[in-house]
Ligand binder design. Sequence first.
Ligand SMILES: [Zn+2]
Length: 398
Amino acid sequence: MPAACIACGFHLTHEVYRPGDHPLSVLALPRTEDEARNAMRFPMNFRACATCGHIFNVDFDYYQIPYEEDSNLMYNKAPIWTEHLEALIDELVEKYGVRSKCLVDIGCGDGGFLKLLVERHLGARCIGFEPGIESDNAAANGLEVFKDYFVPMRDLARIRPDFLICRHVIEHMAEPRQFVAEIAYWCNIHHVFPVFLVEVPRIDNAIAQGRINDFLYEHPSNFTQFSFQNMLEQTGYEILELRAAYHDEVTVAFVRAKKLTRPGRTWDGAEAYRQSLLEQAASVRDALWRMRRAGKTIAFWGATGKGASFLNAFDLSGEDWPTVVDSDYKKVGRYVPRTAQLIRPPQYLQENPVDVIIITTQWRAKDIAREIKQRGIQCGQIMILADHRLKPFNGEVA
Ligand SMILES: [Zn+2]
């Protein structure tokens, strides 16, 4: 079954273009005729998402592309393209006020874009992330350069940028949605909300004109203007501005991660829960062994599902803790997975009473306690796991 849409996550797609295997089109350009004839080829299987219209190569494998070994620069010097770049810089300066601010260009290539800003001497701090060999040129162009991938968790916290820029990078990614979603998430966790300028090629003209040659192995994603906007909105961004540019061949967006209260709360809650489970695993096991050493005989009631989970969580092996019963006769005669107790019927406890019965499933506790009473099973105490420890269960039989 083909993969789900990498822009919106929807699972239904339809075939658009499947020409067989093609060579890379930009990277690793052959140096000889022979090399060209024998160039490695890669699967081209472009499908369109049934809801957002995103066209993507379902057979793409990012790791086939030698990004770190070769330049991936597109030709940047043409006059109309230069006008496009200058217009974006004007907008950053005049509308978004980048003077003296900190800008991070993710996948900056040779730093050519931010160089246009550096040249205006506005006191802005211009940082580039570029894992490829172009990073040396970015340094020469006046950027502070990290020869690395941008890691939102790490880099949003340590740099706290006012602006993020990512131009002609996202269409190369195997998981573009995860990339932008992760940035929005860490913006929230680190409480830093940069204006994010994102630009990708726009496939709408190619579709309207029936163009065949827009599909490249290096571009697993072909965003329509809608699929791009939809991805940004779905992943938690407020759209400040989004438009077609450069003869409608690219989509430019200025966005910002929306402030969400939920991610931080989820993170804090998850950490507290993790800690409590860790502590509980140790303390309950200790409590059980203390009872055993004090000479108490102990049985567990509830052998499968949450009961099996209980016995496994506290590592209560059948050799040390042999007595396990279950109300369900279909389970009797079978064994608890891994801890390996024989599952006995409730009558076993009528004939072999114990000091303590531990009910292993909180949600069935009242029924089990009632069954213990109805069967006249004698025991000193019924216990249950509550508030991270074993407590006497009083329920309805108190
Ligand atoms: Zn989609």
